[in-house]
Design a protein around this ligand. Structure first.
Ligand code: PLP
Length: 421
């Protein structure tokens, strides 16, 4: 019988791969956290030394919807009526009714004819971009330089020619479009809100160019849906360009507090992706309770603006208290509040000290997620982070900054001040 562990020569290869990550200072450690329903943003941290209550400051559950009574209620109700799993791929098991309702809700949210739900935002980008491009013979993909890995993988998998345009630079995009064969199908791929810097794409200008040069637009609204626009339709809704975007991609896992990703677009495009995308066809559908909960979250945020107003207020206050304390807040146009550290080990050390000495959880963001030298703490205040929590955070960060001799704002070069969210 084979021993349970790998053969030593194979094991050595995995060890070697891990050693490389350690040497490059890129090895990731995940905190063991237990979220507390009804007590957002508090969680229990399970560390080697036991359990401790901490405050989460970096969650993408941006509005705390994962703990909203309507969302939890919808999930519990669906579990009791339908059980947990979906029972298979949609081809085999059919579509559970809550998923039909969810797709209708999403199509309506984005003012599109149809929507298609995937098991995650990652899969929706990878499967969506690659399938759409493959169905357009000779397609040229024009991708923003800072697009998320899931979009990069979608572009790569498409196997089509790609050109990368400089981040949020419509002039560069136009140069590429102008040089391209006018007869050729073109797909412009970008995000609406970039989650590491909190900057926002010039969607109006991108749509103008798409119309002028006959290109399709594919916009990832993962970090904006639920949070921007009068009904939470994202930056495209806020900026009044929703009907000019051909394909909207989003997630149910961030502002909507659940799991899953989706595309919203015209009927034929959605039907074609449904029929051709392996990442959609050959995997089990989302569980009905998750679909029911996501639908409840979307419906609530379509009607209620209180969460969005409070969210923006919290982001503005956090930027202003950090700036007043001379902490190096990087410029951001949105609810994302990055604080510059500029060194991977110091970034990890700052995160560790905040957690162990102050009960504050902020994951360090290091290369390759951001360029080397741009390592940071990325804060995401939610409607539940009150003034007292913010004051406690600033006090703790200053202690950590002093202890590690980190640069304050004036020394760091980030003196432009924050822009209003
Ligand atoms: N698109 C962007 C821009 C993201 O930042 C992420 C994840 O953070 C995704 C897509 C993937 O979404 P999901 O977490 O639903 O897989």
């Amino acid at each position: 019988m084979r021993p349970l562990s790998l053969l030593p020569e194979y094991d050595a290869m995995f060890r070697g791969a891990l050693d490389r990550l350690h040497q490059e200072r890129r090895y990731r450690v995940f905190a063991d956290l237990e979220r507390q329903a009804g007590r957002y943003p508090y969680a229990i941290w399970h560390s080697g030394e036991g359990k401790r209550e901490v405050v989460i400051w970096c969650s993408n559950d941006y509005l705390g919807m994962s703990q909203h009574p309507k969302v939890m209620g919808a999930m519990i109700d669906a579990v009791s009526r339908m059980g947990t799993g979906a029972g298979g791929t949609r081809n085999i098991a059919g579509t559970n009714h809550p998923l039909v309702a969810l797709e209708q809700e999403l199509a309506d949210l984005h003012g599109k004819e149809a929507a298609l739900v995937f098991t995650s935002g990652y899969v929706s980008n990878e499967a969506g971009i690659s399938t759409i491009a493959k169905l357009l013979p000779g397609c040229l993909l024009l991708s923003d330089a800072l697009n998320h890995n899931s979009m990069i993988e979608g572009v790569r998998k498409a196997g089509a020619e790609k050109q990368i345009w400089q981040h949020n630079d419509p002039e560069h995009l136009e140069r590429l479009l102008r040089a391209a064969d006018p007869e050729r199908p073109k797909l412009i791929v970008c995000e609406s809100l970039y989650s590491m810097d909190g900057d926002i794409a010039p969607l109006h200008r991108i749509c103008d160019l798409a119309e002028r040069y006959g290109a399709l637009t594919y916009v990832d609204e993962v970090h904006a849906v639920g949070m921007y626009g009068p009904r939470g339709g994202g930056i495209a809704e806020r900026d009044g360009v929703m009907e000019r975007i051909d394909i909207v991609e989003g997630t149910l896992a961030k502002a909507y507090g659940c799991l899953g990703g989706y595309l919203a677009a015209g009927t034929n495009l959605i039907d074609a992706v449904r029929s051709y995308a392996p990442g959609f066809i050959f995997t089990t559908a989302l569980p009905p309770p998750v679909c029911a909960a996501a639908t409840a979250a979307i419906r609530h945020l379509k009607a209620s603006t209180a969460e969005r107003v409070r969210h923006q207020d919290r982001a503005a206050r956090l930027k202003s208290v950090l700036t007043a304390a001379d902490l190096p807040v990087m410029p951001s146009e949105s609810h994302i509040v990055p604080v510059h550290v500029g060194d991977p080990e110091k970034c990890r050390a700052a995160s560790d000290l905040l957690m162990s000495e102050h009960g504050i959880y902020i994951q360090p963001i290091n290369y390759p997620t951001v360029p080397r030298g741009m390592e940071r703490l990325r804060l995401t205040p939610t409607p539940y982070h009150d003034d007292a929590l913010m004051d406690q955070l600033v006090h703790a960060m200053m202690k950590v900054w002093d202890k590690l001799h980190l640069c304050y704002r004036r020394e760091s070069g980030f003196t432009r001040g924050h822009e209003a969210p």
